[in-house]
Design a protein around this ligand. Sequence first.
Ligand code: F6R
Length: 609
Amino acid sequence: MCGIVGILGKNPVALDVVEALRRLEYRGYDSAGVATLENGKLTRCRAEGKLRNLETKLSKEPLSGLIGIGHTRWATHGRPSVSNAHPHATDKLAVVHNGIIENFAEFRAELEADGFRFESETDTEVVAHLVTREMNRGLKPVEAVGAILPKLRGAFALAFLFSGEEDLLIGARNGPPLAVGIGDGEMYLGSDAFALAPFTTMIAYLEDGDWAILHRNSVEFRNVDGQVVNRQAQMVAAGAALVDKGNHRHFMAKEIHEQPEVVTHTLTTYIDMVSRKVRMPFSETLDWSKVDRLTMSACGTAYLAGLTARYWFESLARLPVEIDVASEFRYREPPMPASNGVAMFLSQSGETADTLASLRYAKSQNQTILSVVNVPTSTIARESHIVAPITAGPEIGVASTKAFSCKLVTLASLAIAAGRMRGVIDEAREAELVQELIMLPGLMTQALKTEVDISRLAQRLGKAKDVLYIGRGTSFPLALEGALKLKELSYIHAEGYAAGELKHGPIALIDEDMPVIVVAPHDHLFEKTASNMHEVAARGGRIILITDEKGASEISIKPDSTIIMPTMPSTFTAMVYAIPVQLIAYHTALGMGKDVDQPRNLAKSVTVE
Ligand code: F6R
């Protein structure tokens, strides 16, 4: 989760770029850098570590120039170092980047074969060389950027500065946010409005797939197809709080949409993108090979993240898992392993009373306490032996969304680490699984494109009295999560069931008024879920199917609606399928005029039992 900035100014910009970076330092501080044009020539200053190191360097070697870009880094590909620090540059251009270019390895090989020399280990540098190659072939900067953007896979925001082009910056967005600030004969790019607040309050946001061509007196937005589009600038209060809604109507919408980016942040904590290995966090204090049983406990959505992860710990690490909601666990007095037991507590806030009480019980039973939390200073974190932070950033919407997916990414990484340490998976399988994790931000960005269809579908769903969600495997906890989200936001009665359980009771509820939302990626359980869909259809139930192209083409009944998801490997579909599940609840509640950020009777941090 890096921060990026660009300024087309009337006065020298280097110090203003640094000022904007200071406001983005919360996004990462492994290194920082600035590039400007001095008499049309690219110059750079980069430093490892915090922004103040860059400032010290700049005070000794100042950069002049009325146009510049800057970056503050949270390392993904390549360790923190000056050579890996952005901006990355060629003789033609400099570029800064936030996110992941998933297909960088294939481009790197191709570019090296073409004679391009790489100076860093980053995925970003391929972007610099790809654009340079197009310019060497005779394309102008705007054409060259337009030619390469469709080739990049993943979730990214980019800003480009070109040698000899004193009045041109280009920004592009596919996933992570990017804002354009409009000044008086000056133009800005930034990862958020807060970064640009010292310079301008007029902000326009790029939408996914957009790119923007900035000159001092104009900005042109183009969409993913290269068509010129209008993106309205709006007034954003100066000094806007660090946590604002961006261009979203609600915090919940913002938090759903920022998942590709925050998940990237979580990934960088737990995996090494270059070696395709999981970092073995806390390997000195926790040897998974010696663990006999993992006990998990949590509440609500956090519990459902744990329920999902049980599948991974069992299949990838062959580790026996027990899991229960904390309000039951704490009073059950469950026997726990006398030695070699690990107890894991999951919580966004880290303050949930029942979860904390369960933790204290497990501690009294001599378990190693591992907490998976979003707030590392919370009570649950403080009382744990080991803390695995999920790094989702502040979650303001009462209904948990991004904390759910960041928990899943953390848990998936821990399950892979456990599998490796227990000798269940080998290095090659680890690399495969890690590659699947690296693909998640890009897939989540694609999944967000289902929003238009979902908002239409939500109009009809808002009229239902009851809704059923079903799924198998990791889609079962997601069915529970879908029902929980719909209940808490729209106040429509909803239930989640394991698809195979339907015939043991709930099928009696099915009639032509009952929407049944089926979460069914085309995985090894798809055929089984398909049979359950037939059972629903035979009783006149209205099916809303969330699946991929293959699933949609194989199902012989005609669902009421089908939400088509990107095709992906089957292990970690839960993170991607969580997005339509969240969007369904959000849009249904919105259509019904409910308060989505603060639903009735609920609180963000439940410190009472
Ligand atoms: C549902 C939701 C709640 C929380 C639960 C636990 O959208 O947000 O179910 O997940 O109250 O809260 P934490 O994770 O703070 O322990």
